[in-house]
Design a protein around this ligand. Structure first.
Ligand code: OGA
Ligand code: NI
Length: 362
């Protein structure tokens, strides 16, 4: 009798996973996307929809009296952690030029941008897909041109793209003026908080300034993918110029609030370092970016941050017998390295976890 036996071979599981680690697969280069690959899908319980229609963030008119402006910043900052500033002094024409040049850049053929593409997070100037956070393979529906410069600028923009032709000139003007608005806001905050006006000058704001040009192409399944995961910015203060397309959402009283874009305004939010310095009086608030099926969205952000070796801790003015320090004093570099991981579903970036992040730093 012939004994029958079967040998089980492992059946290879072929699953199509597009290679999103190469330039050709950057989201903005495809004429359109028919579907959302698995690596972008966020489980529905981790993508609760916004609570209501879009709301306008508190508006701070910087042309008001100094007294009014600093009170408005502090009130809005305490209430939402986010606000917008108008009459900030950056010319409308420059904002329009900036928007146009960003579009021109993303419209360039792939070959003209290939030299900028890099997965290396250490590179100061690079083009990539997704976020700067380590996400364990999960993908976000965003392409990003991230550029660094120092201040004063000198030749620190030498590695910036030189196409389209007017990119450097327009980007540099925008970056310098927008950083200036951020520094002025920091001075106003100091006055409002009782810190000496130049508290944030020097190393606390003296790290490389980052200019991020975020591009969120139309997404065929907006309820399943995010442009950016829920996060708090890890720097000192962020200024964001968004076009007319919705996408930014801010966590407020446990609900996601859709932010109504205001033309020519900067959206301002406090980074985690400002929360640490003020010993939690000002909070860095969580936010995310949703996608939409119809329109590409581009946003431009300026991140002001401390020098890598700058020790950041609660200012003496916020610490006393009744106010023990809530945060440790650590270098910004150590903090940044620790705060680089986003795990789907567990927001490492919530304020409550800020202390945990610090705890792990030796
Ligand atoms: C960021 C960010 C928001 C946006 O880049 O950190 O939150 O609307 N961007 O692009
Ligand atoms: Ni952010």
């Amino acid at each position: 009798m012939v004994q029958k036996f079967s040998i089980k071979f492992p059946v290879p599981q072929f699953q199509f996973q597009p290679d999103f680690s190469s330039m050709e697969n950057m989201l903005h280069l495809a004429p359109c996307h028919a579907s959302v690959p698995d690596c972008f899908i966020v489980p529905p319980d981790q993508l609760p929809p916004a609570a209501s229609a879009a709301v306008s963030l508190p508006v701070v008119d910087m042309s008001g009296s100094r007294d009014e402006v600093r009170r408005a910043i502090l009130d809005a900052g305490k209430e939402f952690g986010f606000f917008q500033v108008v009459n900030h002094g950056v010319p409308q024409q420059l904002l329009q030029d900036m928007e146009a040049v960003c579009d021109e850049f993303y419209d360039l053929p792939a070959a003209a941008k290939a030299h900028l593409y890099s997965e290396d997070r250490q590179k100061p100037n690079r083009l990539f897909s997704g976020t700067t956070y380590e996400t364990g393979g999960h993908k976000y529906w965003m392409d990003c041109l991230r550029l660094a410069f120092s201040f004063p600028v000198g030749d620190s923009t030498a590695g910036w793209p030189d196409k389209p032709q007017r990119l450097r000139e327009v980007f540099e003007k925008f970056a310098v003026l927008t950083r200036g608005v951020g520094m002025e806001l920091l001075r106003l905050l100091c006055e409002a908080l009782g810190l000496r006006p130049d508290y944030f000058d020097g190393d606390l704001s003296g790290g490389d300034v980052i200019l991020s040009i975020n591009r969120y192409p139309p997404c065929p399944n907006p309820s399943a993918a995010l442009g950016l995961p829920p996060h708090c910015d890890r720097n000192l203060i962020t200024l964001l110029h968004t076009g007319p397309v919705h996408g930014l959402e801010v966590l407020h009283d446990d609900d996601w609030i859709k932010v109504e874009p205001v033309p020519d305004a900067f959206v301002v939010n406090f980074g985690l370092q400002l929360e640490v310095v003020t010993n939690g009086m000002l909070k860095s608030v969580e936010h995310r970016v949703t996608t939409n099926a119809a329109l590409a969205r581009t946003s431009r952000a300026i991140f002001i941050q401390p020098k890598e070796d700058c020790l950041v801790g609660p200012a003496e003015e916020f610490v006393g017998e009744d106010n023990p320090p809530c945060y440790r004093t650590v270098t910004f570099g150590d903090f940044r390295r620790k705060h680089s991981v986003v795990k789907l579903g567990s927001s490492l970036n919530l304020t409550t976890n800020l202390k945990d992040i610090q705890k792990d730093i030796r």
